[in-house]
Design a protein around this ligand. Sequence first.
Ligand code: HEM
Length: 226
Amino acid sequence: MYLTATCPDIMFSVGLISMYMTKPTKLHLQAAKRILRYLKSGGPYWNVLKGRKDGRVWKASETINLPAPTFNVSQFIQSFSKRGLGVKDMATLSGGHTPGFSHCSYFEARLRNFSSLHDTDPSMNTEFARLRKTCPKPNKDPNAGQFLDSTASVFDNDYYKRLMVGKGVFGSDQALYGDYRTRWIVEAFAKDQSLFFKEFTALILKLGNVGVLENGEVRLNCRVVN
Ligand code: HEM
């Protein structure tokens, strides 16, 4: 109660897992840990706009419209511009990966047989070859993967610093430093964390206004339509 009264931003998530307090599963424990991690992670604050509704359609096939971790910068620019977001918006929102984790499947193509010329992706720091151990082939551990920056429990600008030394986990993240259209943004945010926080806060609000539905619904179970 103390947490939800003082932190309205977690009220919904705390309320949801509280419903399973008498019979929690591993999944609920994971969710509780994630909320605690969020609380101590720091980072910027913003007022979330209320009233956005969930869709009445639920189709896995619609996810093909989302940008992929294998995209190059031109494909990214195209994908974001369809949603009214520009080049700078895209590089700023990608900083949302600072508290992130990825499963091996999203980046393992960079680790072996990358191209006819290179076994590993040449834009990747050679130290990162250790990820071959994390993600062996065949991989028996479905949870294996890598944090997207070196301070994954903290919301900071380390994600951008990592891109500058070739330690972006997704090819699409690393490409932001490889391309002249976005490199300057990576450099600016790596140098100035408060600038990143300021721009990120403005952009995440803008993202919340992308594709707002006029006739959506409030789902009783977030995973399926009512
Ligand atoms: C630019 C296009 C983006 C692509 C291609 C992308 C791709 C991905 C992928 C593949 C994962 C790993 C999922 C997994 O292994 O379960 C991931 C995780 C994540 N992404 Fe993104 N993402 C993008 C944009 C964003 C944005 C804009 C944000 C936030 C503002 C964001 C926040 C996160 C977070 C927090 C995680 C970690 C989730 C977790 O730890 O469970 N991503 N992303």
